[in-house]
Design a binder for this molecule. Structure first.
Ligand SMILES: Cc1cc2nc3c(=O)[nH]c(=O)nc-3n(C[C@H](O)[C@H](O)[C@H](O)COP(=O)(O)OP(=O)(O)OC[C@H]3O[C@@H](n4cnc5c(N)ncnc54)[C@H](O)[C@@H]3O)c2cc1C
Length: 319
């Protein structure tokens, strides 16, 4: 049932007619505000500063817009990420800047994706002023067809000693192998369940299978071997049981609190994020901003059928 609801919402996310209609409706603003910081870099920074000052929670910035197939939009995406990096030098924050390879040209001029990622990486390195571990370029992971290219991009950035991390998805069968390699390299990786559906031979299809694989991968990420190799684990889930298991593993295997972190999405189970931060855990929220908010917000609605109420209320609201 949940998978069916999610597929329906993914279809809505991909329809440009639905997107234009929804983004133009006054009543939908509330829905956008729940999951998105605002339209521009200034609103994104205001949210990040508020989260850090009031809750002790860090930020991952994400400029909305994915699967971009026009060069002027690719340029806009790159400019927005550079604008964040430029502003970071004067801000007292510790942020990740999320980048989807299709945002920076994978579908338009793939040979330019590497140079664009490097220029964003260099701008972030400059903003960190040489402080290791502060700020990084986080590569988001899209559908199964772009995993190799995304991992290669990550390896290239690291080879150039630019601050980079990558997202891995537990729904993919290959992820265990990818993770073992990243652990041995002492990389920084974020583990998610995966917001896509894949063919049976490449992906786990059912929720219990995906969850079981997620747990198995968390155990690898928080193993003693991973700690000794300098690996930095980011556990990105809203599942509080898995978070509690991760915390137990971290303690058991001698991970100090600031050597791993939890990441969640703005507007989703904020009480859980705040409780972790209050226990002294390092917590980061994924903070999207930009005008193109519909595909992102409707996928969040898809992750929990209970969010259908929020969608229905927004549709019925006049303003
Ligand atoms: C920081 C971050 C970055 C991500 N980056 C990527 C990426 O690069 N690529 C990718 O494929 N996916 C990404 N995702 C999405 C991820 O793959 C999952 O689809 C999503 O996080 C839901 O899985 P879950 O593990 O949080 O929990 P679930 O098992 O889906 O849910 C756990 C609990 O949280 C609740 N919950 C979960 N989502 C919502 C919601 N939207 N609203 C209300 N309650 C909710 C559930 O109802 C349940 O109680 C990212 C997620 C996070 C948190």
């Amino acid at each position: 049932m949940k998978r069916l609801w999610q597929r329906g919402m993914i279809a809505l996310a991909r329809s440009s007619a639905v997107k234009d209609f929804m983004q133009g409706r006054d009543g939908m603003r509330k829905l956008a505000q729940r999951f998105v910081a605002g339209p521009d870099v200034a609103s994104a920074f205001a949210t990040a500063e508020r989260l850090l000052d009031e809750k002790g929670i860090r930020t991952s910035f994400y400029y909305l817009g994915e699967y971009v197939d026009r060069l002027e939009l690719v340029q806009e995406n790159v400019d927005q990420k550079l604008a964040i990096a430029a502003r970071l030098a004067d801000a007292d924050l510790d942020v990740h800047i999320s980048v989807d390879p299709t945002q920076i040209g994978l579908q338009t001029d793939a040979e330019q994706v590497g140079p664009r990622a490097r220029s964003i990486g260099r701008a972030i390195a400059l903003a960190s002023g040489g402080k290791p571990g502060l700020h990084c370029l986080m590569l988001d992971m899209e559908d199964a067809s772009v995993v190799d290219v995304t991992l290669a991009l990550h390896d290239d950035l690291r080879r150039l000693e630019l601050p980079a991390a990558v997202t891995l998805q537990a729904y993919l069968r290959r992820t265990e192998g990818d993770l073992i390699r990243l652990i041995a390299a002492g990389a920084k990786a974020r583990l998610v369940k995966g917001a896509f559906v894949g063919a049976k031979h490449v992906a786990f299809a059912t929720e219990p299978e995906i969850k079981a694989n997620y747990r198995k991968l968390v155990a690898l990420m928080l193993s003693e071997e991973a700690r000794e190799s300098g690996f930095y684990p980011i556990i990105a889930t809203h599942d509080d049981r898995i978070q509690a298991e991760a915390l137990a593993l971290a303690r058991e295997n001698g991970w100090p609190q600031s050597t791993y972190e939890f990441e969640m999405l703005l507007g989703v189970r904020s009480d859980v994020a705040e409780a972790l931060a209050q226990q002294g855990e390092r917590v980061r929220l994924y903070v999207p901003f930009g005008r193109d908010w519909w595909p992102y917000a409707i996928r969040r609605i898809g992750e929990n059928p209970a969010n259908g109420v929020l969608l229905a209320r927004s549709l019925l609201a006049r303003r």
